[in-house]
Design a protein around this ligand. Structure first.
Ligand code: SF4
Length: 236
C-alpha cells in the first residue's frame, strides 16, 4: 500500500471511531476534582520544544532541573549550537537519556539555523495548526506528543497532546480504541475534545493518571469519572 493510501486508510479508521461518551461531563468532573488549569500566556516555542524533549522519560522535577542547567550553561541557543554534543549531554545528564536527547537538540538547532539563519521559532505563533505541525514533523526524534505539547503550551494552538498516563486513562474509559497508534489517538482526541478545553483536559488527565487511575490497581472506587468509564463499570 502506498504512503498516501495508508494515510487515507488511517483517516478513515479515525473517522469510523465514534464515542458515545459525554466528553464535556468527563472534562467537567475532572475540573471539579483537580481544578481548572489555564494556559494563560504564550511562550517561546524553541524553549518549549527543548523543554518537552528534556521531559521525556523523567519526572517533572528532573526535567525542570535539566532545562535550568542547560540555560545556565548556554544562555543562548547559539551557544548550545556551538558546543559539542557531548558537552550538552553532560549538562543534561541528570534527566536521563542524555546522549539521545543532546543529539536531538543539537540536530534541531543545526537545522533551524541552516534553514532560517537564526535560532528562533516564534514564527510558529502565526502558523495555523496544520502548518505548524507539518513544520515540526520534519525534525528527527520529534513525535506527535512533543509537537502537540510545544504547540499547545507555547503557541496555544488547538492540538491535543497525549502521554502515557493519558493513553492509559483514555483506553480504560473507552475514549480511544484499545489498539490505537499515537497518531490515530491524537486525531481522535483532536476531533472529540472541545477545543477550548484541550489544555485543561490534558493537564487533568495527567493528574488523574498519577493520583487515581494509576498503571496498577487504579482506585476506581474514588474516581470522579467512574460512571463514564468502561473499565470502571466492570469493577464497581
Ligand atoms: S474508573 Fe478506574 S479505570 Fe476508569 S478512569 Fe477511573 S480510576 Fe481509571
Amino acid at each position: 500500500m502506498s504512503a498516501s493510501s495508508q494515510a487515507k486508510a488511517a483517516q478513515a479508521r479515525t473517522e469510523e471511531f465514534q464515542t458515545d461518551k459525554p466528553v464535556h461531563y468527563i472534562v467537567q468532573n475532572l475540573e471539579r476534582a483537580y481544578g481548572v488549569p489555564e494556559n494563560e500566556r504564550s511562550s517561546d516555542p524553541l524553549d518549549m520544544l527543548v523543554k518537552i524533549i528534556l521531559s521525556q522519560a523523567t519526572s517533572d522535577t528532573n526535567s525542570h532541573r535539566t532545562f535550568a542547567a542547560l540555560k545556565k550553561r548556554f544562555p543562548t541557543w547559539d551557544a548550545a549550537l556551538r558546543a559539542r554534543t557531548a558537552t550538552i549531554a553532560d549538562t543534561i545528564r541528570s534527566g536521563g537519556l542524555a546522549n539521545q536527547k543532546a543529539q536531538v537538540i543539537k540536530d534541531i538547532l543545526r537545522q533551524i539555523k541552516q534553514e532560517h539563519g537564526t535560532l528562533d521559532l516564534s514564527f510558529l505563533h502565526d502558523f495555523d495548526e496544520e502548518a505548524a505541525i507539518n513544520y515540526l514533523k520534519q525534525f528527527r526524534g520529534i513525535g506527535p506528543k512533543t509537537i502537540a505539547c510545544t504547540l499547545l503550551f507555547a503557541c496555544r494552538k488547538e492540538v491535543f497532546p497525549l502521554d502515557t498516563h493519558i493513553f492509559r486513562v483514555l483506553r480504560r474509559v473507552g475514549l480511544i480504541p484499545q489498539k490505537c497508534t499515537d497518531q490515530r489517538a491524537h486525531q481522535i482526541m483532536n476531533r472529540t475534545v472541545p477545543k477550548r478545553k484541550f489544555y485543561s483536559f490534558h493537564v487533568n488527565l495527567i493528574r488523574h493518571g498519577r493520583a487515581i487511575c494509576r498503571p496498577r490497581e487504579p482506585l476506581c472506587e474514588r474516581c470522579p469519572i467512574v460512571e463514564y468509564c468502561d473499565y470502571g463499570q466492570t469493577v464497581i
